[in-house]
Design a protein around this ligand. Structure first.
Ligand code: PLP
Length: 451
C-alpha cells in the first residue's frame, strides 16, 4: 500500500463495521468509485456485477438520475424539517399516505426513522409502551428467531439471532428470546417433510410461549424470508402455522420487511408472498434504493390506539429522531416507489427472479453445491464440501474461498456461513442473470479444481 494512497489513508483513519480490524490493517480496503446499472467500478476501473444490490438494497441500480434529481430538488426547497411537536411537510405526508395504501394488511399510521435497526428498535419500545398503556406491564417479552437479522443497535442486535451480534457485546437483553430457525435443509430431520418441519417450528414457538408464560410475551418479530441468516425461505405452511400460534396467545406480529419490502420477493411486500397479516411492518433499504438512509414502520389500530392513549395520559410520546421524517429521504422514497411502479419492477422481480432460480437450479448437481433456494430476486446457493471430505473444511471456509474467486472474476455476492447470497438490483435483465450465473459457475469449477 503506497503511503498517502487512498488505501493507506483508509487503513489509517477509517474504522469499518463488519470487518476484522487487524486483517484490514494488513490488507487494506477495496475502494469503489462509481456505479452503472447493476455494476460498480473500483478505483482501478475494474467492473463488478453487484449481485447483492449493495446490502440487499439498491433496487434501482447504481445510476438512477431521477433519485438524485428528487434529492436535489427537495434540498433546494426545504432541506430539513422534523416531525416533533405536530410539525410536518409535504414529502412525509405524501409518503405516509402512499405506504398505507400499499400495505399488505390494514395499517393506520406510519412512523419515520433512519435505519432498519432504528425502525426495529423503536417498534419494540412502542410495543412496551403499549403494554404499559393496556395495564399489562408484565407483557414485554419479545420472541425472534435464531439466525434472524434485525439490526445492530443494542435492542435490535438483541432481536438478531446470530452469535456474532451478541458475543462480547453482553447481549441479548433480558426478555428477548430466540426460537427455531425454519431452515429446512439444515434443521429438518431425516424423513421429515417440509410441512412436518413447519409444524415442529410452530410447536417450538408454542412451547417457548408456554414456558415463558403467555401473559409475558408481547410480540414476535420475523423476516418473511430470512436474509442475512442465509436466505432462509420458509418451509411450506410455516407462516400459517406460526400465525395461528400467535393469535392463540394475543401476541403481536412484526414483519421485518427491511429486505423483502418493495418488490424483492416478487410482490410489493414479502407478507403478500406468504399470506402474512402483520400488526406492524418495518421497512428500510429498498424504500430509497439506499441512495439515502431512511426507514419507517407502519402500525395498525391495535397498536396505535393504546399508544396514542398513553401519550395523551403522559403528555407526549417521548421518542423521535432528529433525522426521522427527513424531507430529502421522503422525497427519494416517493420517487423510488414511483419508479418501481412505473417500470413494473415488482413483476420483473417475479419474472426475472423465476428465470434466475431456474438458472441457479442447474447448479444443483455440482459437487460443491448442497442446495439452491430462493423466491423472487432473493436466492442462496449453499456450499458443501466434496463428498467424504467434510472434516477438512470448517464452516464458512468454502464460502469464503468462493467469495475471493468470484470477486476476482468481477462478481460481488455475500457469504453467510456457507450460503452465497444473490440479491441483485430489481432492474436486472435475463441476459445479466446469465452473466452472473456464468461467473458463479466458473468460480465453482475453479474452486473444485483447486481442492
Ligand atoms: N432488518 C433486516 C431484515 C435487515 O436485513 C437489516 C440489515 O441488513 C436490518 C434490519 C438493519 O438495518 P440497518 O443496517 O439499516 O440498521
Amino acid at each position: 500500500i503506497l503511503l498517502n494512497s487512498p488505501e493507506a489513508r483508509d487503513t489509517a483513519f477509517h474504522f469499518h463495521g463488519y470487518t476484522n480490524a487487524r486483517e484490514h490493517e494488513q490488507n487494506g480496503p477495496m475502494i469503489m468509485d462509481c456505479g452503472k446499472g447493476i455494476r460498480v467500478f473500483d478505483n482501478t476501473g475494474k467492473s463488478y456485477i453487484e449481485a447483492m444490490a449493495g446490502l440487499w438494497s439498491v433496487a434501482l441500480g447504481f445510476d438512477e438520475v431521477r433519485l438524485a434529481d428528487a434529492a436535489y430538488a427537495q434540498m433546494r426547497k426545504l432541506p430539513f424539517y422534523h416531525s416533533f411537536s405536530h410539525k410536518s411537510h409535504g414529502p412525509v405526508i405524501d409518503l405516509a399516505e402512499k405506504l398505507i395504501s400499499l400495505a399488505p394488511a390494514p395499517m393506520s399510521k406510519v412512523f419515520f426513522t433512519n435505519s432498519g435497526s432504528e425502525a426495529n428498535d423503536t417498534i419494540i419500545k412502542m410495543v412496551w409502551y403499549r403494554s404499559n398503556a393496556m395495564g399489562k406491564p408484565e407483557k414485554k417479552k419479545i420472541i425472534s428467531r435464531l439466525r434472524g437479522y434485525h439490526g445492530v443497535t443494542a435492542l435490535s442486535a438483541s432481536l438478531t439471532g446470530l452469535p456474532n451480534n451478541h458475543r462480547s457485546f453482553d447481549l441479548p437483553f433480558e426478555g428477548i428470546k430466540h426460537t427455531t430457525c425454519p431452515h429446512f435443509w439444515r434443521n429438518g430431520t431425516d424423513g421429515e417433510t417440509e410441512e412436518q418441519f413447519a409444524t415442529r417450528c410452530a410447536e417450538d414457538l408454542d412451547t417457548m410461549i408456554q414456558q415463558e408464560g403467555p401473559d409475558t410475551v408481547a410480540a414476535f418479530i420475523a423476516e418473511p424470508i430470512m436474509g442475512a441468516g442465509g436466505v432462509v425461505v420458509p418451509p411450506a405452511t410455516y407462516w400459517e402455522k406460526i400465525q395461528a400460534v400467535l393469535s392463540r396467545y394475543d401476541i403481536l406480529l412484526i414483519a421485518d420487511e427491511v429486505i423483502c419490502g418493495f418488490g424483492r420477493t416478487g410482490q410489493m411486500f414479502g407478507s403478500q408472498t406468504y399470506d402474512i397479516q402483520p400488526d406492524i411492518i418495518t421497512m428500510s433499504k429498498q424504500i430509497t434504493s439506499s441512495y439515502i438512509p431512511f426507514s419507517a414502520f407502519m402500525i395498525n389500530d391495535r397498536v396505535y390506539e393504546p399508544v396514542a392513549d398513553e401519550s395523551n395520559r403522559i403528555g407526549v410520546l417521548g421518542h423521535g429522531f432528529t433525522g426521522g421524517a427527513h424531507p430529502v429521504g421522503a422525497a427519494v422514497a416517493l420517487e423510488t416507489i414511483k419508479i418501481i411502479e412505473e417500470r413494473d419492477l415488482v413483476a420483473n422481480a417475479a419474472e426475472t427472479g423465476a428465470y434466475m432460480m431456474d438458472k441457479l437450479n442447474t447448479l444443483k448437481g455440482h459437487a460443491l453445491v448442497g442446495e439452491v433456494r430462493g423466491k423472487g430476486l432473493l436466492a442462496a446457493v449453499e456450499m458443501v464440501a466434496p463428498q467424504g471430505r467434510e472434516a477438512e473444511f470448517g464452516a464458512g471456509t468454502l464460502g469464503g474461498r468462493m467469495n475471493v474467486i468470484m470477486t476476482e472474476k468481477g462478481l460481488i455476492s455475500r457469504n453467510m456461513i456457507d450460503a452465497l447470497a444473490f440479491c441483485p438490483p430489481l432492474i436486472i435483465t435475463p441476459a445479466e442473470v446469465d452473466e452472473m450465473v456464468d461467473i458463479l459457475t466458473a468460480s465453482l469449477d475453479q474452486l473444485a479444481a483447486e481442492l
